[in-house]
Design a protein around this ligand. Structure first.
Ligand code: AMP
Ligand code: ZN
Ligand code: FE
Ligand code: FE
Length: 302
């Protein structure tokens, strides 16, 4: 029972965030560097009462099918949009390209992603070999266990290994003290030219959206990307201030791009960063699904 005077109750209600997000279209699973398995993610999305989620692991669609199946087993499970977040290059910068509504088993897309993941595996081994404190503390078995835990390996896996080996207390500490400096001594992460990433997403029946655009991406850059086949831009994401979100929505409207949004969720434990903390409202979600001509998860996987 809620206690207090009618006025206090009103204040408490006003302080509670309005549940307007129905679709969180940027989520990671343990297929890449997310902490939750597809089953756990589907359950978390159902608890958050989301209508739809997109599984957008870094450079792999390996977690999609399991998440679709897990959500299908839940009474109020969300619709699961098959997706991927491709590491790409655009004008000398690293950008992340979301492919939403893709056929996860598309041959050309899968072949390109396999290539990136092979490079990521090499990079993981480079990190392990390049951090003497880690080489000393972690036996080869532990490193192999982590290496085998995901299809797409990233720095977060190296950080997790360092915590398990007792070199650092938290993953944050690993990033701060080791991963930045060591990364500069290693070959760069494999990136696909953005035009190729867009072409692959479209070839797999998907819609390409630019994830979390940095401040160096404005109308000119988005115009160029639209010419290359970009269909949407992420306007709601944790790092975006309300001002930046509305600026991006304005650009999207002028350029005829759709909008996407999501929490970029990697795991529990960060206040204000829960599944569904960012995303699309009901009207935005139905517009996007219409634009993609989406027939639901079963249509994509069959
Ligand atoms: P990578 O794909 O290997 O370049 O790693 C990028 C990922 O590292 C991002 O998607 C984040 O999930 C994660 N990351 C970056 N900085 C930190 C940090 N300080 N603590 C934990 N995770 C981080
Ligand atoms: Zn990540
Ligand atoms: Fe990203
Ligand atoms: Fe992400």
């Amino acid at each position: 029972m809620v206690r207090g005077s009618p006025f206090t109750r009103l204040c408490q209600q006003a302080a509670r965030p309005l549940r307007v997000v129905v679709a969180d279209l940027h989520l990671h699973t343990s297929a890449s560097d997310g902490d939750f398995t597809p089953d756990q993610l589907a359950a978390a999305a159902a608890s958050a009462r989301l209508t739809a989620i997109a599984v957008t692991d870094h450079d792999t669609t390996a977690g999609v099918r399991e998440t679709v199946e897990a959500a299908g087993r839940l009474r109020d499970g969300p619709a699961v949009v098959p997706g991927v977040e491709i590491s790409a290059s655009f004008g000398g910068r690293e950008v992340h390209l979301l492919g939403l509504f893709v056929r996860p088993d598309d041959t050309a897309l899968s072949a390109a992603l396999d290539g990136i993941c092979a490079g990521r595996r090499e990079r993981f081994r480079g990190f392990v070999a390049g951090i003497p404190e880690l080489k000393e503390a972690a036996d080869a078995g532990l490193a192999r266990l982590v290496e085998e835990s995901a299809v797409s390996l990233g720095r977060r896996h190296v950080a997790g290994l360092m915590v398990r080996a007792g070199v650092v207390a938290t993953r944050n500490e690993a990033f701060r003290r080791f991963l930045g400096p060591v990364a500069r001594t290693l070959p760069p992460k494999p990136l696909l030219p953005v035009e190729e990433a867009i072409r692959l997403v479209r070839g797999a029946g998907g819609l390409a959206s630019l994830a979390h655009p940095g401040q160096d991406v404005g109308e000119a850059e988005l115009t160029r990307l639209r010419e290359l086949g970009l269909a949407a831009v992420e306007t709601a994401f944790p790092a975006a201030t309300p001002g930046r979100s509305s600026e991006l929505r304005g650009i999207a409207a002028r350029l005829g791009l759709a909008v996407t949004g999501g929490s970029d969720w990697h795991g529990p434990g960060i206040a204000g960063r829960e599944v569904g903390c960012r995303g699309l409202k009901a009207g935005e979600w139905s517009d996007l699904a219409d634009r993609a001509g989406w027939g639901g998860p079963a249509a994509v996987l069959s």
